[in-house]
Ligand binder design. Structure first.
Ligand SMILES: CC(=O)SCCNC(=O)CCNC(=O)[C@H](O)C(C)(C)COP(=O)(O)OP(=O)(O)OC[C@H]1O[C@@H](n2cnc3c(N)ncnc32)[C@H](O)[C@@H]1OP(=O)(O)O
Length: 545
């Protein structure tokens, strides 16, 4: 029994559940493959369960907060692929005022999981009746709902010593207006904990600042960051599922402060340990304009159990972006004009971004490389039509003593004037294209790599199945061009500016390889990209794409 989505109702005392979370997630991940909604219902343990009492309120205590944190901390170590969402709308400071608000679950739930013998018994006696009752509390339950009894939490016998006592059972203060901020790129368990904790503390309106623009460009591999609308949609969709009872206000922010220094009605700011200094700066700014200080709540960071030696200890979007290098960033377009074999990969990249390294490693892995730069040399040798047109357009000044086009003379002319560059392109690209097509026709199987720096600008993407790009930061490219080509900084920047920007190129490419670091790091990305490519080619052959 493997369900895509499960709803787990845990009925043991919270202090006991907390000790079992890794085991419970491990058990759930055997029967649920994608999404696991978790609903904490300790009240079901002690009282007689009827269908109308299936969603009971739970008082928000420190114990509950820490249990919530344990869920998100445990997931990455146990099963990082499982999307866990702990439901929070029934957790409140005053349970007497609670009225049932059903959860609108976005994924259809096909498996109910519980540690309760009572729920198990209700299921065995009349599953249709129980499903009907659950539907008043949770939308989107599959009509073929199945049941799994969670053994790892032991159904109460071992939990007798775990009644909620002491200071951790004190209720936690809830604030009407809570605010938090972040980049929220590739929503991970650290984000989910921050958003969940903020939602728990929020009684009415949750303001979520989501960074965009220049402030994001300071981040590692910012070019791979998800676009703002997607990041906002992921945040809103997560919070509205776990706590549908609060109003959400996502705000696009272009500095670290956002609405915290313009909205006097905010009361509580939730930060991660890393950003607590930023929280103090917020309060200094609020005092300057006469706003009351925000109560600051700092959340511990979530460790990344999947990290490699060179990655940060905490789960971070930067590590996730680094892991995205070499993987498929954008789906492969359909190319009915191309036969499935040979499979053609276009390689593009800004000047000095490491295309040559990428192609030489791909060559060593078995790809046939067609270097369009070399074809370009052949396209305008003396006697060709392109040679004649270039001389007509640019004059004898670009012709060397041997009668060939002198690239060192032609380069500075075209790279400092876009209209002249496009004139050259209009002469040379058709000639290179027909030479490339001839080379492609000579191969009938395997992988062909068409290395063409400006393939996208030339509109040659229809000639290839997918496009890969290399990239480095602008500063690194300038440094490399100055060293490699002996050009001044100004000339180097002109060459960079005559091409697409990294971000434009990455958005149009299927795979990105960053050659910023040591060669071993580049090679690792290329080998990963090659292995994933083989899988895609296999699926294409089996008509699965
Ligand atoms: C569609 C394609 O990608 S075909 C392959 C690219 N070739 C062309 O577009 C043909 C036109 N270009 C040329 O003839 C030559 O590049 C010249 C004459 C302009 C300059 O020659 P050179 O001084 O020898 O420089 P070189 O050819 O090494 O190019 C330097 C950089 O300019 C870039 N470049 C080349 N052609 C172009 C172009 N048409 N537009 C913008 N940038 C270009 C490349 O990124 C290259 O970087 P790289 O060496 O890291 O790959």
């Amino acid at each position: 029994m493997l369900a895509k989505t499960g709803l787990l109702i845990l009925t043991q005392p919270i202090s006991y559940v907390k000790t079992l979370i890794p085991k419970v997630i491990a058990e759930a991940s055997v029967v649920v493959s994608e999404t696991l909604y978790v609903c904490l219902q300790p009240a079901l343990q002690s009282q007689h369960v009827t269908h109308s009492s299936l969603l009971q309120p739970l008082t928000l205590t420190q114990e509950v907060e820490s249990c919530l944190a344990s869920f998100y901390r445990s997931v990455s170590g146990v099963c990082h692929t499982l999307d866990v969402k702990v439901l929070l709308a029934h957790i409140c400071s005053n349970t007497a005022q609670y009225s049932v608000t059903p959860y609108s679950l976005q994924k259809p739930v096909s498996l109910l999981l519980s540690d309760s013998l009572i729920v198990k018994d209700l299921w065995q006696k009349n599953p249709v009746h129980l499903t009907g009752a659950l539907k008043s509390a949770f939308s989107n339950l599959d009509s073929n709902l199945d049941f799994h009894f969670v053994k790892s939490s032991g159904d109460g016998q071992a939990s007798e010593n775990f009644s909620e006592t002491g200071s951790s059972s004190e209720p936690v203060v809830i604030y009407p207006n809570v605010v938090l901020g972040g980049t929220f790129d590739r929503l991970h368990d650290g984000h989910k904990l921050l958003l969940s904790q903020s939602s728990l503390l929020c009684g009415k309106k949750l303001t979520i600042g989501i960074t965009d623009g220049e402030v994001n460009k300071k981040k590692l591999l910012w070019e791979l960051m998800q676009p703002y609308p997607l990041r906002e949609q992921q945040v809103v969709s997560f919070v509205s599922e776990i706590k549908p009872t609060i109003t959400l206000e996502p705000v696009q922010i272009f500095d670290p402060f956002g609405p915290t220094i313009t909205d006097p009605d905010l009361q509580c700011l939730v930060v991660s340990q890393e950003t607590s200094a930023g929280g103090e700066a917020v309060n200094r700014e609020r005092l300057k304009v006469g706003f009351p200080c925000l109560k600051m709540v700092a959340i511990d960071l979530v460790d990344d159990a999947c990290r490699s030696a060179d990655e940060e200890e905490k789960i971070s979007s930067s590590s996730l972006r680094k892991r995205a290098l070499g993987t498929l960033l954008h789906p492969i377009p359909s190319r009915p004009n191309l036969p499935p074999s040979p499979y053609i990969v276009g390689v593009v990249g800004g000047i000095a971004s490491g295309k040559t390294r990428l192609c030489s490693v791909l060559g060593s892995l078995g790809a046939k490389i067609i270097d369009c730069d070399l074809l370009g040399h052949r396209a305008y040798v003396k006697g060709t039509d392109a040679h004649r047109q270039i001389v007509e357009e640019f004059g004898e000044i670009v012709v060397g003593e041997d009668g060939e086009i002198n690239r060192q003379k032609l380069g500075p002319i075209v790279f400092s004037d876009k209209s002249r560059l496009s004139k050259l392109n209009s002469i040379v690209w058709p000639a290179i294209c027909s030479l490339a097509e001839k080379e492609i026709k000579q191969t009938t199987s395997g992988v062909i790599v068409l290395e063409a720096a400006v393939l996208l600008e030339a509109g040659w993407d229809s000639m290839v199945h997918e496009v890969w790009t290399t990239f480095v930061t602008r500063e690194e490219a300038v440094k490399r061009i100055m060293t490699r080509n002996g050009l001044s900084q100004e000339a180097a920047e002109k060459r960079i500016d005559s091409q697409l920007s990294n971000i434009d190129r990455i958005q149009k490419c299927n795979v990105a390889i960053c050659t910023q670091w040591e060669v071993q790091v580049t090679d690792k990305q290329i080998k990963k990209a090659w292995a994933l490519l083989q899988t895609r080619i296999k699926s294409l052959a089996q008509n699965k794409l």
